[in-house]
Design a protein around this ligand. Structure first.
Ligand SMILES: Cc1cc2nc3c(=O)[nH]c(=O)nc-3n(C[C@H](O)[C@H](O)[C@H](O)COP(=O)(O)OP(=O)(O)OC[C@H]3O[C@@H](n4cnc5c(N)ncnc54)[C@H](O)[C@@H]3O)c2cc1C
Length: 400
């Protein structure tokens, strides 16, 4: 009889979500195999490095603390004390409404802590190497899935087969596991792309994350530690697709001029401090978050435009939910009851967040002047009502 290498859990996908899921389950005592066909790129300036950053919000930090990961990240993480929203949608590109959402109004902690994705990968991989319960196999991907009632068998790209009680699909927006299980998704496109890169600037960011709305999508500056002795921020700049590709192709000096016009120079003139990367923007959600012996997490289950630091934080909330269910009844991980519970707890919230972020994105894309004026008035009105303002902040953090 053929025997297979057997684990409690197999995580398909070693992006930030898959690696953190492996760490979370491994530190709870489950045996875990995590596979990814790509080697992790763990240096800022290496080809293929992920220059996006992630603001880990309060609930996400708790999960990473429990997994023993936070101690590795703390020194590099920039606290976000204020989320500043600027409407610059008037005739000329200058701030006309500025509103500060201040973390101390709702908690004694910052909203979140910002970390570059390449650094998260570096620390996650190093952490997994020290864990006896976890095997991480880069350069090996999921090639096929056979899910039975009491286990799932995963055929790997190196020709071997591994078996588990719970398969966690963290293999991205085109998830091969989700496709193998025929779980449908709905996708909404915006004709929009995001440029992600790092900048330095003369004025300090003072731990303020700033979203500037004009048209095409937000221009967001998120605090990073100083770079080469100068204050530094990560930028996510969303634009209509053709305009984003034009900006991407501009010579550096012309690109800097364009970004300085769009940033309204709120931190003084910005200097490009990394290569530029470009990301397609969609909303996508799976019809269900589970299949036989399988849970979908992160972008395999939901994709949102990068607004309000929700994407990876929704993924960490998926993991929190799965981990709690697994710890409550470890003998039955991957059972239909556990997976249905997971779906019931997460899917309504995922749908609500996808809808909310979709609305914010469409509002930020507006180009007609009267609609942009309406947007500025809406921001003023929402902000001036203290209970509404606080509720919005709590919702953003996932505290409600
Ligand atoms: C511009 C931008 C800015 C963002 N900023 C933020 C932010 O500030 N805060 C936030 O919370 N979120 C943010 N997000 C979202 C966040 O980056 C994503 O949610 C997160 O990186 C996605 O993680 P993931 O692991 O699901 O997917 P991915 O990073 O795509 O990882 C999927 C992994 O699966 C692997 N894979 C593919 N095929 C296979 C296979 N056959 N077998 C096994 N593995 C496979 C891939 O190689 C990859 O490593 C941003 C997104 C964008 C586009």
């Amino acid at each position: 009889m053929t025997t297979f290498q057997s684990y409690d859990i197999i995580v398909s996908g070693g992006g930030v979500a898959g690696l953190s899921a492996a760490a979370a389950f491994g530190s709870a005592g489950f045996t875990v195999l995590c596979v990814d066909p790509q080697p992790p790129v763990t240096e800022r300036d290496a080809e293929g490095s992920d220059l996006r950053t992630t603001a880990i919000l309060q609930p996400g930090r708790l999960l990473l603390e429990e997994a023993g990961l936070w101690a590795r990240l703390d020194a590099e993480a920039m606290p976000l004390e204020i989320m500043r929203i600027i409407d610059a949608g008037g005739e000329v590109a200058e701030p006309r409404v500025t509103k500060d959402f201040v973390a101390s109004e709702i908690s004694d902690q910052p909203f979140g802590w910002n970390l570059p994705n390449w650094l998260l990968r570096r620390e996650l991989v190093a952490h997994l190497q020290g864990m006896e319960t976890v095997t991480f196999r880069p350069r090996v991907g999921t090639a096929g899935v056979l899910a039975r009632t009491d286990h799932a068998r995963v055929r790997l790209s190196d020709g071997t087969v591994a078996q588990c009680r719970l398969l966690v699909a963290a293999d991205g927006r085109n998830s091969p596991v989700r496709k193998a299980l025929n779980i449908p998704v709905k996708t909404r496109t915006y004709g929009q792309k995001a440029l992600a890169f790092a900048v330095t600037h003369p004025l300090p960011h003072e731990n303020v994350s700033t979203e500037i709305h004009r048209s095409g999508g937000p221009f967001t500056l998120v605090p990073l530690p100083d770079y080469q002795g100068r204050p530094s921020s990560a930028v996510v700049w969303m634009e209509d697709g053709p305009e984003a590709m034009r900006l991407m192709a501009l010579p550096e000096a012309e690109f800097e001029a364009a970004m300085n016009e769009r940033s309204c120079q709120i931190l003084g003139p910005l200097t490009l401090a990394s290569r530029r990367t470009v990301w397609p923007i969609i909303s996508q959600w799976a019809d269900t978050m589970y299949g036989a012996r399988t849970a979908l997490v992160a972008e395999a289950a939901h994709v949102v435009p990068p607004i309000g630091a929700q994407g990876l934080n929704m993924s960490l909330a998926d993991q929190r939910c799965l981990l709690d269910l697994a710890k409550a009844d470890p003998a039955n991980i991957g059972s239909p009851e556990m997976l249905q519970r997971y779906h019931r707890r997460r899917h309504p919230e995922v749908l609500a967040r996808v809808a909310g972020i979709d609305l914010l994105n469409r509002t930020s894309q507006l180009s007609a002047q009267p609609l942009r004026d309406l947007r500025a008035a809406g921001l003023n009105a929402l902000y001036s009502l203290a209970p509404v303002r606080k509720t919005l902040m709590q919702l953003g953090l996932g505290m409600r």
